[in-house]
Design a protein around this ligand. Sequence first.
Ligand SMILES: Nc1ncnc2c1ncn2[C@@H]1O[C@H](COP(=O)(O)OP(=O)(O)OP(=O)(O)O)[C@@H](O)[C@H]1O
Ligand SMILES: [Mg+2]
Length: 273
Amino acid sequence: MGKVIVVTSGKGGVGKTTSTAALGAALAQRGDKVVVVDFDVGLRNLDLVMGAERRVVYDLVNVIQGDAKLPQALIRDKRVESLFLLPASQTRDKDNLTPEGVERVIGELKEHFDWIICDSPAGIERGATLAMRHADIAVVVTNPEVSSVRDSDRIIGLLDSKTVKAESGERMEKHLLLTRYDAVRAERGDMLKVDDVLEILSIPLLGIIPESMDVLKASNIGAPVTVADSRSAPALAYFDAARRLAGEILPITVPGDKRSGGLLSKIFSRRAA
Ligand SMILES: Nc1ncnc2c1ncn2[C@@H]1O[C@H](COP(=O)(O)OP(=O)(O)OP(=O)(O)O)[C@@H](O)[C@H]1O
Ligand SMILES: [Mg+2]
């Protein structure tokens, strides 16, 4: 049975869709069978980032409403063989996403894929709560700034109360993905420090993705950054994050943090102290 991941944030524009595509591709590039599911009904972003917008015929709502079977709606990535997209509808109403329909589709996807990665819309309304509903693991995407951290904190509250896992008394596995991290701005004090974010949210760190033009370039050519430029700094950070999701334990370094040798050495030195 596949594992369901929700990529969520509360605040908009923090890098959820970018991260869904990159983590999904990174897991598929390891050979796992992955489907990325776009829950952002009405905006349809994930297909653009994946470069599949012209190949969309049927979408999640079509499958939920029974207008199409799941295999008709799934789009196989042209570059990574084991990567698939279940797109969102651009035109339909959010109300077409029914809880029963979502449950059925997720259940069906779990039988066929190792990972089901759900790209959540921003906010805390219906689309976002439906995207997280069946998750085993949550990736909470946060930028190192106060409003983003505050909204992530609200989302963590929802993950611990409104999901199937929470309702059945199980622990929801939650990870923090710090994105758009700018070492220069952090040094100047224009951004929250990694330690501060970790202290406020107190969930384990999955990775730190640097602010980088490579993300924009990848999006412009319609490819996840791990596919567009697999040696770029954000791609390497996403590859490591994907390995951690798959259970590996790897050291985490703060981009640009040369003095201390990275966050993990800080954590270790603190432990040793
Ligand atoms: N590491 C990064 N470096 C530079 N730009 C980035 C990075 N991550 C994301 N971006 C840019 O930030 C913008 C928002 O990213 P994205 O669409 O992934 O966010 P989102 O959380 O899905 O937004 P929404 O809430 O609207 O769905 C995009 O233009 C994207 O290219
Ligand atoms: Mg998005």
